[in-house]
Design a protein around this ligand. Structure first.
Ligand code: IDP
Ligand code: MG
Length: 206
């Protein structure tokens, strides 16, 4: 009630003598009070969650051998995604059998494990709006023979058994793979100046 009277006083100050404007603005007051802040909160919550979608991308042993790590990272940076985790390692067979558990019955499974353990891999977590789907598009078709030019596989590889890069294919897959390859403490939460809205950037910062 006190808030409504205060709002009324403010409206009269800005629209002196204009009873209609004051009345129509006041009629929306209870709804705005009840739902306005909640809607704004939900909106900002869902958009910030959306901006924080994460996926796992890995440069496979052939990509590392061929010195493609920098070019692959550059594509993701250039697109606007944020790097929040990065490491180079010689992956164990145990780790890879977990990573590729859904492919155990495939005829190429054992040669896939040999390929993936043939040298070090560079594993990354990238963050940003729609990053899971966009990174799959950027990586291209599993079989490089069918991958479009402009995709990583379409530009750097010719055969499915040496397709240079991995990217998670779903929200569940990304969560599972990130947990498998990274400890929570090895993933960083850092502020990206470019995703700040202009009103958050002080004139003195520019
Ligand atoms: P994806 O990497 O595009 O998600 P998946 O079907 O999940 O494709 O297969 C995982 C990996 O297994 C591929 O990236 C590729 O390295 C390998 N692979 C898939 N199909 C074949 C095949 O027919 N022959 C040899 N290797 C394959
Ligand atoms: Mg896959």
């Amino acid at each position: 009630m006190l808030q409504r009277r205060l709002f009324h006083t403010i409206l009269q100050h800005f629209y002196p003598g204009n009873q209609e404007t004051t009345k129509s603005l006041l009629s929306g007051f209870p709804l705005a009070l009840r739902y306005g802040h909640r809607a704004a909160w939900n909106r900002s919550k869902s958009s910030s969650q959306d901006l924080r979608e994460r996926t796992l991308v890995a440069v496979k042993p052939d990509g590392v051998q061929r010195r493609l790590v920098g070019q692959i990272i550059q594509r993701f940076e250039q697109r606007g995604f944020k790097l929040v985790g990065l490491k180079m390692l010689q992956a164990s067979e145990d780790l890879l059998s977990e990573h590729y558990c859904e492919l155990k019955m495939k005829p190429f499974y054992h040669s896939l494990l040999r390929y993936m353990t043939s040298g070090p891999v560079v594993v990354m977590v990238w963050e940003g709006h729609n990053v899971i789907q966009t990174s799959r598009t950027m990586v291209g078709h599993t079989n490089p023979a069918e991958a479009q030019s402009g995709t990583v596989r379409g530009d750097f590889s010719i055969h499915v058994s040496r397709n240079v890069v991995h990217a998670s294919d779903s929200v569940e897959g990304a969560q599972k793979e990130i947990q498998l390859w990274f400890k929570e403490k090895d993933l960083l939460y850092w502020d990206c100046d470019q995703t700040k809205t202009s009103d958050q950037t002080k004139t003195s910062d520019v």
